[in-house]
Every structure is written in structure tokens, then in C-alpha cells.
Design a protein around this ligand. Sequence first.
Ligand SMILES: [Zn+2]
Ligand SMILES: [Zn+2]
Ligand SMILES: [Zn+2]
Length: 145
Amino acid sequence: MKRAQKKQFHDFIAGRGLKSTRQRDIVLDVFLASDSHLSTEELYLKVRSKNPSIGYATVYRALKLFAECGIAREIHFGDGQSRYEHVVAGEHHDHMICTRCGAIQEFENESIELLQNAVAAQYGFHVETHKLEMYGICHACRQKT
Ligand SMILES: [Zn+2]
Ligand SMILES: [Zn+2]
Ligand SMILES: [Zn+2]
């Protein structure tokens, strides 16, 4: 899976007439090895701990390229922070976001997916893509109060 994403990225870079760079490859490795939903800052800190010579701008630009290439998706959870998650072909999930600690829980629910399509169909609407985000208090935070 990671190898497929690397290949997709290298093909994309070649198709753009860009050169592969070692620094960008390191950013890609760290990104693919990380959990999803990283902000640029969070990825930068991880990259820096591996290779202090890589600057924030390099990480920022690499993430934009990953998103353009289709191996990453930029997501916004209403806190003004851009986050990036891996995109795996044919996979879909939605999110629950804790407004207290910021924890992000992924979920998949077949019934919700089917119901969304049924609702759209009632309006003669063809869904190409969607995001479902639920905001509230996560299990761990609820235990604390
Ligand atoms: Zn969904
Ligand atoms: Zn929480
Ligand atoms: Zn996700």
C-alpha cells in the first residue's frame, strides 16, 4: 500500500517534469508512516526529529504536492488548522471530532452511506463525494467529568 502511494507520487513528479528530491522523499516516508490527520506543523516536527536540515517550507510544499497527486487529502475541522490524511484508493471513512481535546475518531457506517445516497436521490442529486463530521465530546473526555 505504501509502495503504491510512493509510486503514484513519483509518477506524478515525473509527469510534472519535476525532479525527485531526497528531502521530499524523507517527508513522504514520515508522512506515510504517521497516523492520519496531521497538521503541517505536526508533520514538520516529526520530520525535523529525523532530519533537522529539512525546513518548514519544504514540508509545507511537499504536503501540497501529496494532495495534488492524490495520495493525501487536505481536511479542515473548523479550527482554522489544515490537516492532511492519507488517501487509499477505494477506501472511505468519516470523522468524529472532540471539541475538548481535538481527538479525531474515524468511522465507517454502511447504513449512513446508503441513507445519504437515498436522501440525495430524493432530490434528484447525484453524490460524487461527501464528508460527514460529527462534533462533540469524546469517550475519554466524558470519563474525566
Ligand atoms: Zn461517508
Ligand atoms: Zn476528547
Ligand atoms: Zn480520517
